[in-house]
Design a protein around this ligand. Structure first.
Ligand code: ZN
Length: 261
């Protein structure tokens, strides 16, 4: 990923998504916490959200967020949703972990402390979607739902899409118990490829699981950028595994620039 500092804030971006002219996006880094509801410095979260919107040239007023309930549902943003979740999850778009928009100047924000965040965009009909793919969301097909919903609501062709997977718990560190693997095996056809056994530990490779899901949904493998940055061992990111319940949240911002008239 490309790292840029903007005074007090350092942001990362995906190389492949920078090539899409109307797309704006950023992944945040510590020490800022972007979750108003939780973690160290949460009282400053709205201030930092506004700051990142300013850096991206997006209107903070329209910032919209899904509630994020460790599910796999994705909705396409409607006009009445705009601005929901801007100041916190209490009025975020309910029951969903992902949102899609084709409206310019409506930035989306999605939060993570180890869970992969998956971005998909369609360069042909400007639209972008994001989903929070926790292990539960991953096994329930969150990334696949995102692609399917973009096809349904924007008419996007998966073969033309670009996708990216954010910094998140990597296969180097993300140890899980036997029940997680048992459940994943009932849901994921490629479960064998998604678990690594190492010195008695079982590691869940969420990056591979989500990438394979995007490929199965029709996104070309070489159009998927995996950040390959692990939030548990890379201290630029917040980690629930490393820091416990009081951890803050890393954010991914995405939006569509208004097209020149
Ligand atoms: Zn790691």
């Amino acid at each position: 990923m490309i790292e840029r500092s903007h005074g007090d804030v350092t942001l990362l971006s995906f190389e492949s998504l920078e090539a899409v002219p109307w797309l704006v996006h950023a992944v945040t880094t510590r020490p800022q916490n972007y979750a108003p509801h939780q973690g160290t410095g949460c009282e400053e979260a709205v201030h930092w959200r506004r700051r990142v919107c300013d850096i991206l040239g997006m209107p903070f007023e329209s910032l919209t967020s899904p509630e994020q309930v460790h599910g796999a549902d994705v909705l396409t943003l409607e006009r009445d949703d705009i601005g929901h979740g801007r100041d916190g999850r209490q009025d975020a778009v309910r029951f969903v972990d992902g949102l899609i928009t084709d409206k310019p100047n409506v930035p989306l924000i999605i939060l993570s402390a180890d869970c992969p965040l998956v971005v998909v965009c369609d360069p042909d009909r400007p639209s972008v979607g994001v989903v929070h793919a926790s292990w539960r969301g991953t096994v329930a097909g969150a990334a696949q739902n995102l692609v399917r919903q973009m096809l349904q609501s924007c008419g996007s062709d998966p073969a033309r899409m670009r996708a990216a997977i954010s910094p998140s718990a990597g296969p180097c560190c993300y140890e899980v118990g036997p029940h997680v693997r048992r459940i994943a095996r009932t849901r994921l056809a490629d479960a064998r490829e998604c678990f690594v056994e190492e010195g008695g530990r079982v590691l869940f490779d969420l990056w591979t699981a989500n990438r394979n899901q995007l490929v199965a949904a029709g996104v070309p493998r070489d159009a998927i950028e995996v950040a390959r940055l692990c939030s548990i061992c890379d201290r630029r990111f917040w980690s629930h595994r490393r820091d416990g319940a009081q951890t803050g949240r890393t954010a991914l911002f995405v939006g569509l620039r208004g097209r020149p008239t």
